[in-house]
Design a protein around this ligand. Structure first.
Ligand SMILES: *[C@@H]1O[C@H](CO)[C@@H](O)[C@H](O)[C@H]1NC(C)=O
Ligand SMILES: *[C@@H]1O[C@H](CO)[C@@H](O)[C@H](O)[C@H]1NC(C)=O
Ligand SMILES: *[C@@H]1O[C@H](CO)[C@@H](O)[C@H](O)[C@H]1NC(C)=O
Length: 809
């Protein structure tokens, strides 16, 4: 007998992926990836041009990613022989930008269009006259693109481009018509460097192996940018590289003193305009055992207007013969005004190798940073100030928007030009310093579309704002925010997360659809439905490590999540990815994917059914044992059962943390209750309607469970197992209050964020959740330890689990 099957029951499980702790070279990609404004309209129509257009309704200005205006895309008029065709869509960004990612899409036009570019090339220019063909690090020009007219395909640019003008050039072979919609992602290029010119990098022979120290991505003949500005710092050992499949020495440009009789290497740098320079940072190798060292002296000359200043500056860094790691050497430029700088770097040993050179000038937000510690500190402060400003802006916008939203939910999605400008991230020096900007939720790599659902629930807690449905869960918000302007959820996983997903194949069995018997609809969403079904003989499909507590040959109740047959490709891909992730999680306290039906439509995933619904609702309708329960005759849960449930959550989280999965949204609403107080952790895309009050909307597109989030997740966007530990503390608090109130219910969302700032400042002004009346002291102590400011001092899930077992009532 199933009592609570009327309750909304959700089976969507989005376990959020392993927190990506990218290598230094990847960090920039998590930061400098804002859409530059094709889809949102910051790039004006007049700045978008093309070699030709097929008709007025397919003009260049319609080549905006995710917009459906005109006839739905830019389409060139193609004439002549393929080899002579050089059609392009050109975007003028008005100033130099650092471009790390591009997105393309075909012409869909609501199902009428079916044109797209299978491959394309990119050309770029800094001055509008010299055009450079982009090549990847392996030298390939052609970029693989779309396979259909609607999906957005994102491509990381490795190396990134520094340019003002970009041309997308579809490769045309007359086998089909080509139309394109595009977006660029990156940030403004604040260095202002437009070219450098250095002596050609040389070749070293090391134990019979050649180490090539040339500037392999230099994009000019005498004037260009290349490895010294590609945002990638070399490793300590110059024979290795971050980049896959390249020759040894790839990351560095290096020279030997034998070819430089005057003892120095001279590099000339030219800038976009006269700037007030504070510092230059040179990332140098210092592997002294191989006779590679940082420069012993640098002499820099400055040119403002047209003349070189007579007096150069000179600087001699302290030589380091102890620590062989590569490092930034910071050279003060003493506020010299210049539009060009020429520096002579003196050898201190046989070899000198650089991987990056960056310049900081007065109008640049992170200038005047001297040693690396202050650099990090100041970087943090800048990041925090930025975030606080962003939060203020968000709060202000939010009020305006809520009004807007309430008025016209659809207007929200209708117009792709009406979005506000995205926040830019300050970017000044690109490598090494990046991690301090690992800013926020907006940068989470994984971008999940939730299986959004309208509730069929008749619960009294109805969602306050109906558009909640279109708002992605915070974990879906990437800096590459592709939230569909049409209200459809578009979806993107940037390339670097793909291998995470494709690492192991789905190890889950196909279940014959005919053995499923429909019992009841549990929920419904935009892309599918969740049914309660009987599954005959599903035991035979399970691995032996999973046991149902059912009698042999009896039918088992399961939750079946089905994708609508007319769901778009994106929803389909998401569905498949969700299956992949879920199929890897096997733990008694994690909701289990039992089987799938993939051989025909509709695609289904079959998960365990937990008859008591989610823990939040379960506890809200129960009372602690005691007088009130006695008087009101309400069902009760004993403290020992509560303790048992908390221990199971800790155990499930212990499993997740052992896989380095970061859940990001642990809360009672995401735990399910089965028979005998068994608990399984899940993450319900669909519960967001019911629990919309628990999430804080960020600029109308991402929602964050701020009351469960650690200070560093809110302020720095860092999601780790330690931030899951914080959320566990809050979850424990919810349980001990029987979910009768929201955490910090007396504080508004804005005050919660302020309180987060107090946690960060740690001046004892932060407010902790109070000790619930029935909470024993050791358990409250455990909670407090989960909210330790210092992540390292928070207990691990292993320790939490242990502690809970120890203080078992
Ligand atoms: C750098 O050296 C490698 C290895 O010899 C070579 O393949 C590559 O073409 C060179 N690049 C440039 C720009 O000279
Ligand atoms: C350069 O910047 C510094 C510090 O901001 C300032 O004191 C100095 O006057 C500036 N120099 C010029 C020539 O503007
Ligand atoms: C290169 O540097 C080494 C070590 O400092 C020195 O012994 C050697 O004489 C230098 N070679 C030339 C050509 O200057």
């Amino acid at each position: 007998m199933v009592y609570y099957n009327k309750r909304k029951y959700l089976s969507a499980l989005f376990f959020l992926l392993k927190h990506l702790i990218p290598q230094p070279n990847l960090l920039q990609f998590s930061v400098c990836r804002s859409p530059l404004g094709m889809s949102r309209g910051q790039i004006l129509d007049e700045d978008i041009s093309a070699s030709s257009q097929w008709s007025d309704s397919t003009a260049a200005k319609y080549g905006r990613l995710d917009c459906e205006e005109g006839d739905g895309a830019w389409c060139p008029e193609i004439a002549g022989e393929p080899e002579n065709i050089n059609e392009f869509l050109q975007i003028d960004l008005r100033s130099l930008h650092f471009i790390t990612l591009v997105g393309t899409q075909g012409r869909h036009a609501g199902g009428i269009g079916n044109e797209f570019a299978q491959t394309y090339k990119i050309k770029y220019s800094r001055d509008g006259s010299r055009w450079i063909s982009w090549r990847n690090r392996q030298g390939k020009e052609v970029i693989e693109a779309n396979r259909n007219a609607y999906d957005i395909v994102l491509k990381d640019l490795e190396p990134p481009i520094i340019a003002r003008f970009i041309r997308f050039m579809p490769v045309i072979d007359h086998s089909m018509n080509v139309c394109m919609r595009v977006e660029l992602y990156g940030c403004e290029w604040l260095d202002g460097l437009v070219s450098y010119n250095s002596p050609v990098g040389q070749q070293m022979t090391l134990n019979g192996q050649y180490i090539y120290l040339n500037d392999s991505v230099y994009d000019g003949a005498m004037k260009g940018l290349g490895q010294l500005t590609d945002g990638m710092c070399g490793l300590d050992d110059f024979t290795h590289s971050h980049v896959y499949n390249v020759w040894p020495g790839y990351d560095y440009v290096g020279w030997t003193n034998e070819s430089f009789s005057n003892g120095y290497v001279e590099i000339m740098f030219e800038f976009d305009r006269t700037r007030n320079f504070t510092t230059m940072k040179v990332h140098c190798n210092n592997m002294f055992s191989r006779r590679v060292k940082t420069f012993q002296k640098v002499v820099c000359y400055f040119r403002s207007e047209s003349d070189w200043e007579a007096t150069p500056i000179s600087f001699s860094p302290v030589m380091d013969d102890v620590n062989p790691s590569a490092r930034f050497v910071t050279v003060s430029l003493y506020n010299h005004m210049a539009s060009a700088i020429k520096c002579q770097y003196y050898f201190s040993d046989i070899w000198m190798m650089f991987s990056e050179i960056t310049f900081q000038s007065g109008d640049d937000p992170t200038h005047k940073v001297d040693d690396s510690n202050t650099r990090i500190l100041i970087g943090c402060l800048v990041a925090i100030i930025f975030i606080l400003v962003a939060i203020i802006v968000i709060i202000l916008w939010r009020q305006v928007w809520q009004k807007m939203l309430e008025k016209s939910p659809l207007a929200w999605f209708g117009n792709c030009q009406s979005f506000p400008r995205p926040q830019r991230i300050p970017v000044s020096s690109r490598c090494g310093v990046w991690n301090i900007y690992a800013i926020s939720y907006i940068h989470i790599h994984v971008y999940f579309v939730y299986f959004s659902a309208a509730s069929t629930n008749t619960s009294s807690k109805s969602p306050p704002v109906s558009v909640q449905e279109g708002v992605p869960h915070y974990a879906e918000a990437d800096i590459v925010n592709l939230q569909g302007v049409t209200g459809g959820n578009t979806y993107a996983v940037p390339a670097l997360t793909m291998d995470l997903l494709s690492g192991k194949d789905v190890a889950v069995e196909e279940f014959p659809r005919k053995l499923l018997t429909f019992k009841e609809k549990l929920g419904e969403g935009q892309f599918g439905e969740v049914h309660l079904c009987e599954a005959e003989g599903i035991q035979d499909f399970m691995d032996e490590d999973f046991s149902f507590d059912v009698i042999e040959n009896q039918t088992v109740l399961v939750a079946v999540k089905m994708l609508r047959t007319d769901a778009n490709k994106n929803a389909r891909n998401d569905f498949l990815k969700e299956i992949k992730i879920m199929s890897r999680l096997k733990d008694p306290n994690i909701i289990r994917l039992l089987a799938v039906c993939m051989s025909s439509d509709p695609l289904c995933m079959i998960t365990e059914y937990m008859e008591n619904g989610d823990l939040n609702q379960f506890l809200s309708r129960h009372e602690p044992e005691g007088m009130i329960a006695l008087l009101s005759n309400a069902p009760t849960v004993s403290y020992s059962n509560l303790h048992h449930m908390a221990t199971q959550i800790a155990s499930g989280m212990k499993y997740l943390s052992s896989l380095n999965f970061v859940h990001r949204d642990l809360a009672t609403r995401n735990c399910l209750v089965g028979k005998n107080f068994t608990i399984k952790i899940a993450d319900f895309g669909m519960s967001r309607n019911l629990y919309s009050g628990d999430y804080y909307r960020i600029q109308g597109r991402a929602v964050l469970p701020i009351r469960w989030m650690s200070w560093e997740s809110i302020l720095l966007g860092k999601f780790t197992t330690s931030s899951d530990v914080w959320a566990f503390g809050v979850t424990l608090w919810e349980m001990l209050t029987f979910c009768k109130e929201q955490p910090y219910s007396q504080l508004s969302d804005e005050q919660v964020i302020e309180n987060t700032g107090e946690f960060f400042r740690d001046q004892r002004r932060q407010i902790y959740l109070p000790q619930p009346p029935m909470c024993p002291d050791p358990v409250y102590k455990l909670m407090l330890s989960c909210w330790h400011r210092n992540t390292k001092e928070r207990p691990s899930f292993q320790e939490i689990h242990h502690t809970l077992l120890d203080c078992k009532p």
